[in-house]
Design a protein around this ligand. Structure first.
Ligand code: SAM
Length: 294
């Protein structure tokens, strides 16, 4: 039975929860798929419920049905709030450490040597973190790169592009302010060089150094849409995002990533992701790392 306490509260059932009917859930899944490529199934129902309840409350709506109606009537106005609520942004500094170890010991030193031989003048280096979430991934790349470049930075035209569909996480990344408990995986020597500890009312936070921020450009990009960048990229991070897409979307994206990679460029997936039938176009370069042949 559904009871309504007063007109500005959600309709509640006996367990004091708003109702999300099969029809509404199916509409929401379709809306998510069309706007982000993310495939939701029934085991994500509880998650969807929790995340959208917040928006429904903020909008002072009485039910999921009213919210679905709002999405139908004003998709453009509502879409960004909806996407920001629905995306899963889990990330951390030096997540999947082996990727950063490989960059530091093998990929970057080799790449820099090769480019030094080729270029006269400033040497170009481009890296793309294509689902950057709150910024921990691009900042980890930046620290790793600076450790290898050391004093030579001024000789390089080095840039890291960090993109995500979610505008909230991009703002967090741009600000570069993190809770103290997020920096546990960062080696002390990096913390000393690349982070400032907050003081007074900011004592629970750290701020990343300008030196790192200057290397990174944060931009909003939906991977399903056109990509305005020309590339080529020397390294592309595509970690823990394609897992949310169906096989068709994944294969389509792999073809586009491949186009933007420089010959010899490195493509990096997350721990539970694979290239499927696109694997034949790449050479294996270690755990979930793939190289576009020269
Ligand atoms: C789990 S996080 C992964 C973060 C980071 N790459 C890592 O591995 O730690 C997934 C990110 O993908 C983003 N995302 C989901 N769908 C997207 C899309 N269609 N275009 C761009 N980013 C998307 C989400 O907003 C989220 O921040």
């Amino acid at each position: 039975m559904t009871v309504s306490t007063h007109d500005k509260t959600l309709q509640v059932d006996r367990s004091n929860r708003a109702k999300l009917t099969d029809k509404e859930f199916s509409f929401i899944c379709q809306f998510v798929y069309q706007s982000t490529g993310i495939v939701l199934n029934d085991n994500k129902r509880e998650m969807v419920y929790r995340r959208l309840t917040r928006i429904i409350r903020e909008r002072k709506l009485a039910s999921f049905s009213q919210y679905c109606q709002m999405l139908k009537e004003h998709p453009e106005r509502e879409k960004d709030f909806f996407i920001n609520a629905i995306t899963t942004n889990l990330t951390s500094f030096f997540r999947e450490q082996h990727h950063f170890d490989y960059l530091k010991t093998t990929e970057f030193p080799t790449l820099l040597q090769r480019k030094k031989k080729l270029a006269n003048g400033k040497k170009r280096l481009r890296i793309w973190s294509s689902a950057s979430s709150t910024g921990e991934e691009p900042y980890s790349i930046a620290m790793t790169l600076l450790e290898v470049l050391k004093a030579e930075l001024s000789e390089w035209d080095a840039k890291i592009l960090a993109t995500d569909i979610d505008s909230n996480v991009l703002n967090k990344g741009k600000n570069g302010i993190y809770d103290n408990n997020k920096i546990e995986a960062i080696p002390q020597s990096y913390l000393d060089k690349y982070f400032y500890q907050g003081k007074g009312e900011n004592r629970d936070n750290v701020k990343v150094a300008k030196e790192l921020q200057q290397l990174i450009t944060f931009k909003r990009l939906n991977l399903l849409h056109d990509w305005p960048m020309k590339g080529p990229f020397d390294v592309i991070f595509c970690r823990n995002v394609i897992i949310y897409f169906d096989k068709e979307t994944q294969q389509d994206l792999f073809a586009r990533y491949y186009e933007l990679l420089a010959p010899g460029g490195l493509f990096i997936l997350g721990h539970s992701e694979n290239l499927g039938s696109f694997q034949k176009y790449f050479e294996n370069s270690g755990r979930t790392m793939f190289r576009k042949p020269y």
